[in-house]
Design a protein around this ligand. Structure first.
Ligand SMILES: NC(=O)C1=CN([C@@H]2O[C@H](COP(=O)(O)OP(=O)(O)OC[C@H]3O[C@@H](n4cnc5c(N)ncnc54)[C@H](OP(=O)(O)O)[C@@H]3O)[C@@H](O)[C@H]2O)C=CC1
Ligand SMILES: O=C(O)C1=N[C@H](C(=O)O)C[C@H](O)C1
Length: 254
């Protein structure tokens, strides 16, 4: 299906009945240059995407199904904007392989589509080279399936890289006895603590410490509408960015 110059971009939403998918359907519907071509949940079939001529798919499903969705999208020439978590280096390599025969296709994977979260990560990377010690606390709603959050894992990876480049070693502490899990999970030498509570949406604190001072960078998504501007930018941009892009920071002009 070819789109005319003034026709809206045809978007397929996967996970359309979920907490994020519901918001994505609303946001795409409200955008004059986009239209919802297909809204598919776990009871739907991926063939609805091709039947409806979707050009871009937005995926907010589950880590255990997202790769099958992306294989279908790449095989059928559909660009993808992905918020679903669970992307390891191995998964990213597999995706690059799938994209190799389709050099015109773009896939954007963003651990977090909220502008403030992207900025918080940027500020944390800036601070990382100056502080001996850093820990991350991420706090989410209790329906979240994965821990730590994709955002915290991505933040830890970026901080780890910045610290290595600055020649910093993980800061020492005096803990010699602990209950399993009491000091969090180690991601790239950064300790990450996960809190799950009803009432929360998505929150992250990056805490830095040095003798005599601490610095805290905190971001709060208080409503899932916070992710929508980033998702819509992603949908528009992925059409002109072939290959795999990881992180909204690479799309926004920050
Ligand atoms: N990058 C970002 O900015 C953000 C990322 N996320 C991530 O997005 C993902 C979804 O989050 P959230 O909306 O809260 O989760 P939900 O559980 O509310 O929604 C997921 C939806 O996907 C559906 N689903 C499951 N399998 C399939 C499939 N094969 N095809 C189509 N739909 C399917 C589920 O249906 P059913 O219930 O029937 O299984 C459910 O309706 C998570 O990985 C989360 O971490 C969340 C917020 C922001
Ligand atoms: O499941 C969520 O809600 C969220 N998931 C993403 C993550 O794991 O980082 C993004 C945001 O934190 C909300």
């Amino acid at each position: 299906m070819t789109r005319g110059e003034n026709d809206p971009i045809r978007v397929g939403v996967l996970g359309a009945h979920g907490q994020m998918g519901t918001q994505v359907v609303k946001a795409v519907t409200a955008a004059p240059d986009l239209t919802v071509a297909a809204a598919i949940d776990s009871d739907g079939a991926l063939s609805e995407l091709t039947d409806a001529g979707a050009e871009v798919v937005v995926d907010f499903t589950r880590p255990n199904v997202v790769m099958d969705n992306l294989r279908f999208a790449t095989e059928h020439g559909i660009h993808a904007v992905v918020g679903t978590t669970g992307f390891t280096e191995e998964r990213l390599d597999t995706l690059r392989e799938w994209l190799r025969p389709h050099p015109e296709l773009g896939v954007l994977i963003a651990p977090n589509f909220a502008l403030g979260a992207v900025l918080a990560m940027r500020f944390a990377v800036q601070a990382a080279r100056y502080y001996e010690s850093v820990e991350i606390v991420e706090l989410h709603h209790n329906r979240k399936a994965d821990a730590p959050s994709g955002t915290a894992a991505h933040t830890a990876a970026l901080i780890g890289q910045a610290r290595r480049e600055a020649g910093l070693k993980p800061g020492a502490d005096a803990t010699t006895s602990e209950l399993d899990g009491a000091r969090g999970a180690l991601v790239e030498d950064v300790r990450v603590h996960s809190v799950r509570l009803p009432g929360l949406v998505a929150h992250e604190e990056i805490l830095f410490g040095a003798p005599g001072e601490t610095l805290t960078v905190r971001h709060d998504s208080l409503d899932r509408v916070s992710f929508m501007p980033g998702v819509l930018v992603g949908v528009r941009e992925v059409l002109r960015r072939p290959g795999l892009t990881v992180g909204l920071e690479n799309v926004l002009d920050l």
